[in-house]
Design a protein around this ligand. Sequence first.
Ligand code: ADP
Ligand code: TYD
Length: 202
Amino acid sequence: MSTPKFITFEGIDGSGKSTQSRMFAEFARNQGRDVILTREPGGSPGAEEIRQLVLTGDPDRWSAETEILLFTAARRDHLEKTIEPALREGKTVICDRFADSTRVYQGATRGDLRAMVDSLHSLMISREPDLTFIIDMDPAVALERGLARNSGEDRFEDFGLGFQETLRHGFLALAHDHPERCVLIDGNRTADQIASEIAAHL
Ligand code: ADP
Ligand code: TYD
């Protein structure tokens, strides 16, 4: 693979994506790369506003279809304002969640809406990361970690363990279907152990 410039982290809530994307960004900077660390939903002022809309308030506020539109709208703004300009300047973009999250959260948890997610993606985004780390772990442990964090953005964490199990299988299926860009990482280890394995891929 040529040097990956657009790198994403995926996995269930509380799996350690934010921790690992931060550690990876620091590692890549120490290697002399010009790095931006960003996240979804969010990563641009407009997309951060959409994040507030979609992650706070009544968990039944939006239908799955409306959510697909909102997450895709946020992603489009993030891509236009943050990701593409940085890649054009030769920077490395490290992103905590991207389109794989919509494929799994909106595409596979409330009926099979994957075709809708894929259509909208090809119409509005049509860009894939060069490299995706999917952090796999026991949903019960991840849920405890996530809830302990008490972020106030519990829209999906509130749906419980069965929901997180469904998400885990969705991410495992993605890793299986896209070996050309996805690397599955065992998240049931210390943050330092995981970070060393991830760094070895750069
Ligand atoms: P995510 O972004 O996937 O939701 P975070 O990186 O925010 O996950 O981690 C969730 C919580 O678990 C945080 O409090 C973090 O400090 C802690 N954590 C992250 N990685 C590990 C690890 N490998 N072992 C134990 N705790 C961890
Ligand atoms: P995030 O801040 O990464 O949460 P966590 O740190 O708990 O993993 O993401 C917020 C929530 O948004 C998370 O529950 C996953 C959800 N989400 C979707 O449902 N679809 C999407 O396309 C994205 C990017 C996130």
